[in-house]
Write a protein that binds this ligand. Structure first.
Ligand code: SF4
Length: 65
């Protein structure tokens, strides 16, 4: 199962991850990323990989084990 993590110390609050995968990511009031669903379903994994690739701060990672 995939597992999503976010490094909030790198996040610049661009919100791209939330736009791409709103079921997985949210942002705090200050803009920092929150992982709200760390174990995405199979049909959500492609979106997670897209968000990881497009995060401008390289703050997201996903493992598939
Ligand atoms: S896309 Fe990256 S920088 Fe933007 S909110 Fe998400 S984790 Fe933070």
């Amino acid at each position: 199962m995939a597992h999503v993590t976010a490094d909030t110390s790198r996040c610049i609050g661009a919100g791209r991850c939330v736009s791409i995968a709103p079921e997985i990511f949210d942002q705090t009031d200050s803009g920092s990323v929150m992982v709200i669903h760390a174990s995405p379903e199979r049909d959500e994994v492609d979106l997670v990989f897209e968000a990881v690739d497009l995060c401008p701060a390289r703050a997201l990672s996903v493992s598939d084990d």
